[in-house]
Design a protein around this ligand. Structure first.
Ligand code: FMN
Length: 146
């Protein structure tokens, strides 16, 4: 998901928008839970496979060659290859005409060893991927301090 943003720190709330027909939305409607997994340059091709349309019930992580493991506090698993995973419980949804905004409260966060440097994301090392449009991305691996 590229339409995603944090909106509050305390409590930690994350928003993203999706279509009513997406399996993501259907799964969240059924379970009230989801996991946001940070995408990095290393897994850009696998991420793109997950972004394709598969019939409901197909394991997209398996199709992409990614791995999953149990989350700590929610039933949906988290993606092993992602250096950060935010486990969320559904807080609310806001229905638009053709899209829905989903708000999740982060109930657990897991950060891989080495993904932090002096208490901050080690962006040079992790190389998070930012979506520009279509198949274009920015690699966010340069930190500037003011
Ligand atoms: C780079 C990228 C960014 C995407 N961003 C979003 C997004 O913000 N919201 C969305 O609904 N789908 C987005 N998609 C499409 C989804 O990955 C996915 O195809 C769609 O939500 C339906 O998948 P699902 O049925 O497995 O949920 C994006 C795909 C790619 C490749």
């Amino acid at each position: 998901m590229s339409f995603v943003t944090p909106v509050e720190m305390e409590p930690p709330i994350l928003l993203f928008s999706t279509g009513y027909e997406s399996d993501t939305y259907r799964n969240i409607s059924e379970t009230g839970e989801f996991v946001a997994n940070l995408v990095t340059e290393k897994i850009k091709k696998q991420m793109y496979v997950c972004g394709k349309s598969f019939p409901r019930g197909v394991n997209e992580l398996e199709k992409a060659g990614l791995h999953w493991e149990p989350s700590e506090k929610v039933k949906p698993p988290r993606v092993v290859e992602c250096p950060a995973n935010l486990e969320c419980k559904l807080e609310w949804t806001r229905e638009g005409p053709e899209y829905v905004v989903v708000a999740g409260r982060v109930v657990a966060a897991r950060v891989q060893k080495g993904a932090l440097k002096a208490g901050k994301f080690n962006a040079e090392e992790i190389k998070p991927l930012l979506h520009l449009s279509g198949k274009s991305f920015v690699v966010g691996d340069r930190v500037v301090e003011l």
